[in-house]
Design a binder for this molecule. Structure first.
Ligand code: SAM
Length: 268
C-alpha cells in the first residue's frame, strides 16, 4: 500500500495518477521538450511536479492544467515553484487551450497523461493544433504504437489516421513501468507531435473523416465494400481509384481523406 503514497500524496487511481520518479527519464523528457525562457509552455496533469520543476528551471514560467484539487493547491502553495506557475484547476478535456495564446506565441504542450482518458484528450487537443507548436506526451506504449502505425500494420486504425491527419507523430522515449510510483501494469512511451500546416490538412470535414474511420475500422476484417456500405457503394469506391475488396488497414491517409471528401461533395 505504501507504494501508492509518493511525496506524501496518496495516488488516486480515478485520476490515472502514476508519478514519475526516474531522474534519467525525466531528464530525457525535458531534453525532448527543450524549454526556453520565451516559450508559451503548458503542462497537462503536473501532479507532484516531476517534469514541472525541471522545465520551469529552464523556462522561468509555466501554465499547468491539473484536475486534482489537492495537487493544484499544493503546486500553487509551493514556495519556489508556485510563483512561477499559472495553475488552472480543472479538466484538460474541457479546457480552452486557445485562451492561453499570447503575443501570437504558439503553445508547447506536454504531459505525462492520465492513461484512462488519453484518447479523448488527444482528440480534444487536435482541435487546437493551429495554436500549437509541438506536443510531447507520455502515453501507454500501445497507444503510441497505434498513433504512429502505417497502413498494413495491425496497429493501424482510427487513432493512426486521425493523429497523422493533424500531426507528424514520432516515438521518442521508451519508459518501463518501474519509472513510476505506483508502477503501471503496462509499458509507456513518449510521443512527439508536430502539428501539420492547415494546407496539409485537406479534409473538408474532419467529422466526416472520423466517421469514415469509425465505420471502416469498426469491422476491420470486412472489405470496404461491406464496412462502408452505409456511406458509399463499391462502384463509387472504384471511381475513386480504391479497390472495394480491400480492408480498412490497407488504405492510406490520403485515401481516407478522398473518401470523406467525396461523401462531403456528393451526399451532404
Ligand atoms: N506529471 C506527473 C508525473 O509525471 O509524475 C503526474 C502524471 S499522472 C500520470 C497524471 C496527472 O494528470 C495526475 O496529476 C492527475 O491528477 C492529472 N489528471 C488526470 N485527469 C486529468 C484531466 N482530465 N485534466 C487534467 N489533469 C488530469
Amino acid at each position: 500500500m505504501t507504494d501508492n503514497v509518493h511525496l506524501g500524496h496518496r495516488a488516486r487511481k480515478r485520476f490515472g495518477q502514476n508519478f514519475l520518479h526516474d531522474d534519467m527519464i525525466i531528464d530525457k523528457i525535458v531534453t525532448a521538450i527543450d524549454p526556453k525562457p520565451s516559450d508559451n509552455l503548458v503542462e497537462i496533469g503536473p501532479g507532484l511536479g516531476a517534469i514541472t520543476e525541471p522545465v520551469t528551471d529552464l523556462s522561468g514560467q509555466l501554465t499547468v492544467v491539473e484536475l486534482d484539487k489537492d495537487l493544484a493547491e499544493r503546486l500553487t502553495q509551493h514556495p519556489f515553484l508556485g510563483p512561477k506557475l499559472t495553475v488552472h484547476q480543472g479538466d484538460a478535456m474541457k479546457f480552452d487551450f486557445a485562451s492561453l495564446i499570447r503575443d501570437d506565441e504558439k503553445l508547447k504542450v506536454f504531459g505525462n497523461l492520465p492513461y484512462n482518458v488519453s484518447t479523448p484528450l488527444l482528440f480534444h487537443l487536435f482541435e487546437f493544433v493551429d495554436n500549437i507548436e509541438h506536443m510531447h506526451f507520455m502515453l501507454q506504449k500501445e497507444v503510441v504504437k497505434r498513433m504512429v502505425a502505417g497502413p498494413g500494420s495491425k496497429a493501424f486504425g482510427r487513432l493512426s489516421v486521425m493523429t497523422q491527419y493533424y500531426c507528424h507523430a514520432m516515438p521518442v522515449i521508451d519508459v518501463p513501468p518501474e519509472c513510476f510510483k505506483p508502477a503501471p501494469k503496462v509499458d509507456s512511451a513518449v510521443v512527439r507531435l508536430i502539428p501539420k500546416k492547415p494546407e496539409q490538412r485537406t479534409a473538408k470535414s474532419t467529422k466526416l473523416l472520423n466517421t469514415v474511420c469509425l465505420e471502416a475500422f469498426n469491422q476491420r476484417r470486412k472489405t470496404l465494400r461491406n464496412s462502408l456500405s452505409n456511406l458509399l457503394t463499391a462502384d463509387e469506391l472504384t471511381a475513386l481509384g480504391i479497390d472495394p475488396s480491400l480492408r480498412a488497414e490497407s488504405l492510406s491517409l490520403t485515401q481516407f481523406i478522398d473518401i470523406a471528401n467525396w461523401i462531403y461533395d456528393n451526399k451532404q
